[in-house]
Design a protein. Sequence first.
Length: 353
Amino acid sequence: MEPQVPPFLRTAAAHAWRILVVGAAVYCVFAVLGRFHEIGVGLFLGLVVTALLRPVADLVARVLPRGLAVAVTLLAGIAVVLGVLALVGEAVAGESTTLVREFRDGVDRIERWLERPPFRLHPDVLSDLHSRVTQFLSSHRSALLSKAVSGAGEAVHVVAALALGLFASIFFIHSGDRQWAWYCDQLPQRARSYWNIAGRAAWRTFTGYTHGIVLVAATNAVLVGVALYFLGVPLAVPLALLEFVAAFVPLIGSPVALAVAAVVALAAKGPLTAAIVIALIVIIGQIEGHLLHPLVMSWAVRLHPLVVAISVIAGAVAAGVVGAVVAVPLVSVAWSVYTALREARRPAATAPA
């Protein structure tokens, strides 16, 4: 007589092997992306550019031919990016002399501050720290130079990914809908409708998330730049740009960028200004967490903050900074596709036999 398997154990086993299969599939996908990460990053950048510039190209195409409208839109976007980088470079170059002097005075001011209560560090400790840092740099000069050379090699991969992203965005903006329709036509007849539903849901979620996260990043950058400018903190424009870029990593990027701003404020303007910048971290975090990010997720897919945090950390572990950036949109797209397919199958499952 065969032993009876409890129903809960049978159900748990059925879910367990499915979870293992999904986990193996996800691992294989990340392994392939890790092997060809330049291609994945380039296509992701192409999709981001398409999500941002496709509406503009559609408007321009009302008065110009489609190809010319795409070219004008992309050239205008490139001009805006280069203009921002030129503005940052000019700001850094204009403040370089003053910045070196303020940082030198700021380091001395921090040392005197650490020597007073409540820290009461002995001056010999700080001088010993200076000597250790100098000795480390001199003894590891060759290693640092080799890392710089390897970093130059990585720059080639970055340029290749950017070129692929720009090249892909040209075709995505010009005729991305026709490309997707052609792909769906190559599938079996039964699968075409589901793939069409999944593709529309994925693109709707991705564009909504991209537009929303750009709005969040721009809002944070403007708030940080204005606050640092009125506080007299040097490099306000580059720090605002750093905040804009860091905001693409939800929950983590913005506090890290503002912590860098607090260190710059501490070295250049002293503890009081740094404390104000730290208070700015709390205020912007509240605005981002309770106002901006809920608005973004309402445009795309509502994800619990715990899911967002786990996604960011998992993406960072799997693929570094790039993984942290793409994790949340990928999870949002996957959940949106699952929800859309579940809704599409529901009428068929509930229809009478």
